[in-house]
Design a protein around this ligand. Structure first.
Ligand code: CAA
Length: 418
């Protein structure tokens, strides 16, 4: 039997504070429906300087190892996908390795390509294991980011932060990846970027949506070509994309998943071998199907709507949300996943949900992590946003969690809650 490789377990970490999105809209003099119905948001995580990409990554990774009783000696690789790294040279992954006291006999590095970095790391781990080079060892892949555009910007309601840690192994209890079917599409564009030295991203918002949907089309068609050749999907009474039980998207804001799904359906509608609707309007209308969005996409977005954008981690937060609610029902079924990173790179891949997904997610207990958060006012959110990057507040971390305590002699010092 062909070796199965994929995600065995996951854990999440989120900032301790969040702001209500309708309250933020009112404070900005904007109709709250623009942020809720227009962007699909409910709440937005607020990370303070003590909750940087290292602290969030280490908290998620430690939680994963602890709750799923992972033996660190069995790990051979640690990759952190992030675009909010804390140093031009020293990777976040090295901090995580040190904070978790992981073995030295590991390959440890960061992967950076905007929001695609986590998927780049995941695929490196999956293919490392599938190739046999891992020799039975597992990999830890952590996606950790803080999305920050600044006060009073168009991107402000799409901020957020957090981390998702993934254990990758030959026992894919959550998701067995269809190795070799992945489709990619990359282009050189300036849609969203963060020049060195800047805390806030620069973004050409509407153009970035177009770059995302263009890259999605290329990656999906590439995957579909391989999936058709391997008879994983087929043209028939339903379109190839409709044969995936669920489709998870990179979620910079929840409404983007709806736009992405429309675009994916448009690819199938336009390429169908039997006569597609003849006018562009009729094709668009069919692509927009609310029934398809509700059936294939909506159930993955609960955590994203409550946390906001988490850049590299947002696709994997959607996976956590989906498996948290539907892990049992989806066992044995194939789902599609679309990763997008500005700049830009995208990858569409598929995998089969494992029989133990519901059990694993019950152990993970994402709701307990979400329930510990504290709602803060818009004034408090603004105060936190204005805190200097290098002077974290002297707050005690929750038991098991990490925080940046201080930066001394250009070295970052972290503490763990006892
Ligand atoms: N009631 C209901 N809906 C309303 C409304 C109201 N009163 N007012 C406006 N809306 C709707 C609009 O119709 C629009 O919906 P559609 O897109 O479906 O038409 C939606 O609310 C947003 O309105 P605008 O487009 O006018 O909003 P905006 O111009 O102020 O900003 C944005 C939207 C461009 C997404 C901005 O938030 C932004 O720049 N965000 C950051 C960039 C981003 O997330 N890009 C995504 C692709 S890039 C990527 O994915 C990488 C990454 O992680 C960043």
């Amino acid at each position: 039997m062909k070796k199965q490789v994929g995600i065995e377990a996951l854990a999440i970490a989120v900032p301790r504070r969040y702001v209500d999105i309708e309250e933020l809209a009112r404070a900005r003099g904007v109709d709250p429906a623009k942020y809720t119905a227009g962007l699909g948001a409910k709440e937005m995580a607020v990370a303070d300087p003590g909750e940087d990409a290292v602290a969030l990554a280490a908290t998620a990774a430690a939680r994963l190892l602890r709750t799923h009783a992972v033996d660190p000696a069995k790990l051979g690789m640690l990759v952190v996908g992030t675009e909010t790294g804390v140093d031009h040279s020293k990777p976040v992954a090295s901090h995580v390795q040190g904070l978790l006291k992981l073995p030295t006999s590991m390959r440890v590095y960061d992967a950076q390509h905007a929001c695609y970095g986590g998927t780049a790391g995941l695929m490196a781990a999956v293919e490392w294991i599938a190739s046999g080079a891992a020799a039975g060892r597992s990999a830890l892949v952590v996606c950790s980011d803080i999305a920050r555009y600044g006060l009073n910007t168009a991107g402000e309601p799409t901020q957020g932060g957090g981390a998702v840690a993934l254990l990758v192994s030959e026992q894919p209890d959550l998701l067995a990846v269809d190795v070799g079917l992945n489709g990619s599409c990359s282009m050189d564009v300036y849609d969203f970027w963060r020049p060195i030295g800047r805390r806030e991203a620069v973004v050409d918002g509407h153009y970035s949506i177009k770059c995302y949907t263009d890259a999605l089309s290329g990656a999906y068609r590439n995957w579909r070509e391989r999936a058709l050749a391997h008879e994983v999907v087929r043209w028939g009474s339903t379109m190839p994309g409709e044969q995936l039980a669920r489709i998870l998207y990179h979620v910079p804001f929840c409404k983007m998943a709806r736009k992405a799904h429309t675009q994916l359906r448009l690819c199938d509608i336009e390429d169908a071998p039997n006569a597609p609707p003849s006018t562009p309007e009729a094709r668009e209308e069919k692509a927009k199907s609310s029934a398809s969005y509700t059936a294939q996409v909506a159930s993955s977005l609960d955590l994203n709507a409550r946390v906001g954008n988490v850049y590299t981690a947002s696709l994997y937060l959607a996976l956590a949300g989906l498996l948290n609610t539907e892990g049992g029902a989806l066992a044995g079924q194939r789902v599609g996943l679309l990763s997008y990173g500005s700049g830009c790179a995208s990858e569409f891949y598929s995998g089969v949900v494992g029989d133990k997904a519901a059990k694993r997610m019950a152990t993970t207990n994402v709701e307990a992590v979400m329930a510990k958060r504290e709602r803060v006012s818009v004034e408090e959110y603004e105060r936190i946003m204005r805190l200097p990057y290098e002077a974290p507040e002297p707050l005690s971390p929750e038991p098991g969690e990490f925080r940046l305590a201080e930066i001394r002699d250009h070295k970052r010092h972290y503490i763990q809650g006892a």
